[in-house]
Design a protein around this ligand. Structure first.
Ligand SMILES: Cc1cc2nc3c(=O)[nH]c(=O)nc-3n(C[C@H](O)[C@H](O)[C@H](O)COP(=O)(O)O)c2cc1C
Length: 178
């Protein structure tokens, strides 16, 4: 599979098989993530792989509620990976100081896509979750106050099928030298 095929193959999987996710494959996704670029090479991340079914269920339950139930599918994912923002103060200070931007959030987005693309190559489905109760997730995972959980990635063997990509046409997003 070449890189463009991999980008096309990755999609947000919202239904998973009850099939064990091998840790060695997760390790390879983490290795791809470790190699991701970050502003000033801060690498402002760590990962918590949640594959214990009871712990995983309690985290999944924090990604939806009665009003916003669209993440209920996370209960079917055998693994959830929480991306912890390790030193938001340093990187956000640098970013804000230099350009008024929090680079650590940009870094998190990049590392999440590295993880998901490698997971796709390993045969997994993934879905990046930005909607969850960070306060409750931090409490359950005993994450200290000075760190944050930016994203959670649902991982597992897909039980749904690849969806056609809905994207803006290239003419709407491509510009040279304007
Ligand atoms: C930062 C971020 C947060 C997201 N949060 C959620 C979420 O909470 N729930 C969900 O079902 N999908 C979530 N998604 C997935 C997007 O909806 C999805 O990537 C987009 O619709 C494009 O579809 P595709 O991933 O299948 O190509 C998120 C994606 C990103 C990048």
């Amino acid at each position: 599979m070449d890189f463009l095929e991999l980008c096309e193959k990755r999609y947000s999987c919202r239904k998973y098989l009850e099939k064990e996710v091998e840790r060695e494959k997760i390790e390879r996704c983490l290795e791809a993530s470790r190699l991701a670029p970050s502003a000033v090479n801060a690498q402002p991340w760590s990962f918590i792989v949640i594959d214990d079914p009871i712990l995983k269920e309690s985290i999944a339950k924090e990604t939806f509620d009665k009003v916003a139930s669209f993440n209920k599918f996370s209960l079917t994912a055998p693994v959830l990976v929480a991306i912890v923002n390790e030193n938001p103060l340093t990187t956000s200070f640098l970013g804000r100081f230099a350009h008024g931007r929090d680079f650590s959030l940009i870094d998190t987005g990049i590392v999440a896509s590295y993880f998901c693309l490698k997971a796709t190559e390993e045969g997994f489905g993934t879905c990046i979750l930005g909607w969850f109760s960070e306060k409750n997730v931090k409490k359950i995972l005993k994450i200290p106050k000075n760190k944050s959980v930016s994203l959670i990635i649902a991982v597992g063997y897909p039980a749904d099928s690849h969806k056609k990509k809905i994207r803006k046409p290239i003419e709407k997003i491509r510009n040279y030298n304007i």
